[in-house]
Design a protein around this ligand. Sequence first.
Ligand code: OFO
Length: 174
Amino acid sequence: MLSQKIIDRLNQQINLEIYSSHLYLQMSSWCAHKALDGCAAFLSQHADEEMSHMRRLFNYLQETGAYAVISGMQAPPFEFDSITPMFEQIYEHEQLVTSKINDLVHLANTEPDYATLQFLQWYVTEQHQEEFLFKSILDKIKLIGTEGQGIFFIDREIGNMAANPTQEESTAMN
Ligand code: OFO
């Protein structure tokens, strides 16, 4: 049985994962609007992955007999200058998600709630991978640049990541 404090924090995390999905779906729409089809496909796929993160939390709360609650949430931004600040924004957002997961791990450890602590290990690993993924995309953008044909190559490169989803991304899409 989970404490009310843990339930509340897991519900907050559910809503943050939904916001992440909305944010990336909105960004994918902006990319599609700018004919950046590779980035659009990658971000749309990543939006699905965020919903799978939400589902995992949702199911955990239900399995423990707790009540999963979806809250109202702010709309994501929909205007972007270019893909460079967009991916910088994503990287910052993922760092925020990591800090929220760390807070949750700390809470589960101090309660103590060892089942939740173990459940959260998946998210610790996932956030490490997410930060690495978006940092490497930013590195590629800086290396290739977005001037002239650079944006074409960047878009193709990021689109290839969507064409080769990880196992988890495949599961999230099915
Ligand atoms: Fe992007 O990892 Fe969930 O939020």
